[in-house]
Design a protein around this ligand. Structure first.
Ligand SMILES: [Zn+2]
Length: 430
């Protein structure tokens, strides 16, 4: 790969400062130099580097999606996702992985797969260059209880192949299940601690005993795996803190004690509320039978109010809130994930700066990569987006593929900027 010098770009470096005009040099897979215009003068082009005149385009770090389900297939039910045959399913996952990168998500954290090995196979294929996709951490299936969220088996078809999740009962079955996923090579184990109203078990209901949860965490940690939990109920949220479950998905129903616990342990947890699911289930799913009347009866409007209130409180307390969550349903299709940032501004009260930092500054630790990604700084991996527009003024530009003019991952263009030739350099076609 040749070195790349971006000139005349507005640099958002991921540190929370206002963007500045400058140049960014990428050598190999790292950011080698970041220079503000007027400080240290214009740098001479580096010999052999491809020079891209950004013409004032906005340059920012690639984004990190914290709750990704490549294997959800934009269908309206868990059953419809699970019933896809494995051969088609893996091809679907590969296609979706590319779509995330197209939309500027240069890293994604798997939050559960619909079949045991889909995530692991996709992660490995991305890593060895077989397919195109973001940096990826692979998840297990959702671990659940008989009759719980993710048990889609029928009484006359009890085979595990018919289950969306991995169904266990009792500490020893839990231990065996976690060991199986460790054997398959997952990065994280997903456990469903609460219900999910659309499946029939209300979100405020909890499943598993504290002992089963303890064994899950103990066994996962013994194998060096992270634990992530579907936790909508108050009990489930508190259990995550008590048992050291690092990644908390949803966290809708908090009480003062839960908020206090999360605040006291805020450096140990990541929260991805997945507001898109709640918002769109409430307001944009009537063509799939989820009318306002139906979703009100299910309790989703009440849950949306509770989740918004919880996120506002957690934001004030400095708890890390990240974008991502259950994209891949019919009414939350893959590729629309940057809506989460708009929701953070509209519903949670974040500034556009905070919303963007939630997708970059928190992304590195979420990917277990510290500060090596999420910043436009010397020494960081070159995961870079060029945006036509200013996400600080209008956060929705990140939802528009056309405005994401270029995507670079690990120093290589996944999508190169459209350019026209000029004498000294190349320039934006526009
Ligand atoms: Zn999910």
């Amino acid at each position: 790969m040749s070195d790349v010098l971006f000139t005349n770009v507005r640099v958002f470096d991921g540190g929370g400062e206002a963007p500045f005009t400058g140049d960014v040099l990428v050598q190999g897979n790292r950011i080698a130099r970041v220079v503000k215009t007027g400080y240290g003068a214009r740098q001479a082009p580096v010999h052999g580097a491809q020079v891209i005149d950004g013409a004032g385009a906005f340059l920012m770090p690639g984004m990190v999606e914290a709750h990704t389900h490549f294997s959800w297939n934009d269908q309206p039910s868990l059953d419809a996702i699970q019933r896809m045959p494995p051969e088609e399913h893996i091809l679907w996952c590969a296609e979706v992985a590319k779509k995330y990168l197209d939309m500027g998500w240069t890293s994604c954290v798997g939050a559960a797969a619909a079949k045991p090995r889909l995530d692991v196979v996709i992660r490995n294929a991305i890593a060895d260059g077989t397919i195109v996709g973001p940096r990826y951490l692979a998840a297990s299936q959702e671990i659940t209880v008989p009759g719980g969220l993710g048990d889609t088996t029928q009484p006359h078809l009890p085979q595990p192949e018919f289950a969306f999740g991995a169904v266990v009962s009792g500490a020893e079955e839990m231990r065996r299940c976690v060991r199986m996923f460790a054997k398959y090579g997952v990065d994280s184990v997903k456990i469903n601690l609460s219900g999910e109203s659309i499946t029939g078990m209300p979100s405020e209901m909890s499943q598993f005993t504290a002992e089963e949860v303890r064994v899950c965490v103990e066994e996962a940690k013994a194998w060096g795996k992270r634990v992530a939990a579907h936790a909508r109920s108050t009990w489930a949220i508190k259990e995550c803190v008590k048992q050291g479950i690092e990644v908390i998905y949803h966290a809708s129903f908090t009480d003062t004690e839960a908020l206090d616990m999360l605040e006291a342990h805020k450096t140990e947890h990541f929260i991805a509320p997945g507001l898109a699911w709640l918002i769109n289930t409430c307001h944009n799913a009537s063509q799939w039978g989820l009318t306002k009347e139906v979703t009100t009866k299910m309790g989703y409007h009440r849950e949306l109010d509770a989740a918004v209130e919880s996120m506002r409180a957690l934001r004030k307390r400095g708890v890390r809130i990240l974008p991502g969550g259950d994209y891949g349903f019919a009414w939350t299709p893959h590729g629309t994930n940057a809506k989460d940032l708009e929701y953070f501004v509209k519903y949670v009260g974040m500034s556009t700066m905070e919303a963007r930092l939630s997708a970059t500054a928190w992304g590195g630790p979420m990917m277990k990569m510290g500060k090596t990604i999420g910043y436009i700084r010397e020494g960081c991996f070159a995961d870079i987006l060029l945006i036509d527009g200013d996400p600080l003024a209008d956060i929705t530009v990140l939802q528009d593929r056309a405005q994401i003019m270029a995507v670079m991952k690990d120093g290589e263009f996944h999508r190169a900027p459209p350019m026209r030739a000029s004498r000294a350099t190349t320039r934006w076609a526009a």
